[in-house]
Design a protein around this ligand. Structure first.
Ligand code: SF4
Ligand code: SF4
Length: 359
């Protein structure tokens, strides 16, 4: 079959397309990143997952900003000089075959961070070699709130290709079947071209299905004015009474990007590693003097909310939250960012006594 026209954006793929695409890409030496959705190894039964529980527990960011990564190796050899070696850049092309639009949107936010005042070479190398195929959501989870933070279950930010289940499949409630693929970027167009014997241009008039409803939970425009005026406020203590400072909310957040750099050495050789860190940890801002500018969990949680809903928008013009709901789902202490934001909105609307109601 002839390759699709370069300016075409909508394509249709038959049932079984994922397995066929994965096989073709692997044969061309392209790495298929761990499926971000719980789809067993892109096998023949694999298709776009529809169930609301199907958001991966781990965020997509770890493919670009890994939990731990060697950024330098050192070896003092037999002389007095220390030999430094920068690890080889990650090589070869890679395709993420399946993530949710909120996780891809988070990558668009991280792109701004890692290219802001410093060109983060490792992040850029991971990013440049990767093409992201996101799967539009059809049945959002009860804790999803992408539409309250400028996103959508059909959001395109950060993705190279967005895949939708076909309308007839949706109506029949089938978990497997064909898909419509929307090419969004040059990388996306190149991927579709590679798959030209798996997908073909969609027929005239083909349209993606309507996005499912994700109920608005708060108005972000009401949050920031309150944050601007309430750096000191009893709400921060109230919001963190149950918080254990475990950091799970930050580690699993697709936009959180704090890291620490440590040297780990054995005898005469070692590695410099970049490891995820977290503003919820009491050690995060502890000075060598013993002074801690964020001495309480309230001060640390305030930083987390301020960063996402005040500082990040001021610097980058977008929120640092994509509404994936992972922090709400994951917190073992039952702390809910949604409840805190709802209380902030109510207080901003003139109800200063509104209490935080965690689920
Ligand atoms: S997951 Fe919950 S308990 Fe752990 S740091 Fe976050 S808010 Fe606190
Ligand atoms: S703050 Fe919570 S809801 Fe927002 S992107 Fe992070 S994990 Fe998802």
């Amino acid at each position: 079959m002839a390759a699709p026209a370069a300016d075409a954006v909508l394509f249709q793929a038959p049932a079984g397309w994922m397995a066929a695409a994965a096989e073709k890409l692997r044969a061309a030496g392209i790495e298929i990143a761990d499926c971000q959705l719980p789809i067993a190894d892109c096998g023949p039964e694999s298709e776009i997952g529809n169930r609301k529980s199907e958001i991966p527990s781990l965020p997509l960011k770890r493919l670009f900003f890994p939990e731990t990564e060697v950024i330098l190796e050192f070896n003092d050899g037999r002389s007095k000089d220390v030999a430094l070696c920068v690890p080889e850049p990650p090589a070869g092309e890679r395709v993420v075959l399946g993530c949710r639009p909120c996780d891809a949107a988070a990558i668009a936010a991280l792109d701004q961070v890692f290219a802001w005042d410093y060109d983060d070479v490792r992040y850029r190398q991971h990013r440049e070699r990767t093409t992201i195929v996101a799967f539009a959501c059809t049945e959002p989870h009860g804790h999803c709130f992408c539409t309250s933070v400028g996103g959508s279950p059909h959001g395109e930010a950060g993705s190279d290709v967005l895949a939708f289940p076909t309308e007839d499949r949706l109506k029949a409630g089938l978990r497997t079947g064909g898909a419509l693929l929307k090419s969004l970027t040059v990388k996306g167009a190149r991927l579709i071209e590679r798959l030209h014997d798996v997908v073909r241009p969609a027929p005239h008039g083909a349209r993606p299905p309507e996005p499912p409803l994700v109920k608005p939970r708060f108005d972000p425009d009401k949050i920031k004015p309150w944050l601007d005026a309430h750096f000191e406020d009893p709400l921060w203590t109230e919001a963190t009474l149950a918080c254990l400072g475990c950091g799970a909310c930050s580690y699993l957040c697709p936009t959180c990007h704090c890291f620490d750099i440590v040297d780990e050495a054995v005898w005469n050789r070692g590695e410099r590693r970049r490891n995820w860190d977290c503003c919820s940890f009491s050690l995060f801002t502890l000075h060598a003097s013993g002074h801690n500018p964020r001495p309480t969990q309230a001060a640390r949680y305030r930083q987390r909310v301020m960063h996402k809903f005040k500082y990040f928008p001021e610097r980058f013009g977008r929120l640092a939250c994509v509404g994936c709901g992972r922090c709400v789902r994951t917190c073992g202490a039952g702390q809910s960012l949604l409840s805190v934001l709802a209380a902030i909105e109510a207080r901003g609307n003139g109800d200063p006594q509104c209490v935080i109601r965690n689920p």
